[in-house]
Ligand binder design. Structure first.
Ligand code: FES
Length: 93
């Protein structure tokens, strides 16, 4: 899974840092535990303004997960997407 967190000024003002911190924390805690799909990888990239805030107002923070753009992304929403994917092999049994 590849996640790009926009840390342009608009997204940073609207909480991108918190999403980034939570993702890093997740990598060091839950994602190191047994039960995570061994095929799951998490690549977090920091990007500067991806341009969404120039197209439309009030879209920050913006996070791109596997090329899907999440506008007004919340920490909870992004963590939920990551955890669903990391443990998807358990849920499909
Ligand atoms: S600052 Fe994040 S989309 Fe522009």
């Amino acid at each position: 899974m590849k996640i790009k967190v926009c840390v342009g000024s608009n997204c940073t003002m609207m909480g991108a840092d918190g999403i980034l911190d939570s993702l890093e924390n997740l990598k060091e805690t839950i994602l190191t535990k047994p039960g995570v799909n061994p095929a799951f990888t998490l690549d977090v990239e920091i990007v500067r303004c991806v341009g969404e805030c120039k197209k439309k107002k009030n879209v920050s923070p913006v996070v791109v997960v596997d090329d899907v753009i999440y506008r007004n992304a919340s920490r909870e929403e992004i963590m939920s997407i990551v955890l669903d994917k990391a443990f998807d092999h358990i849920m499909t049994k």
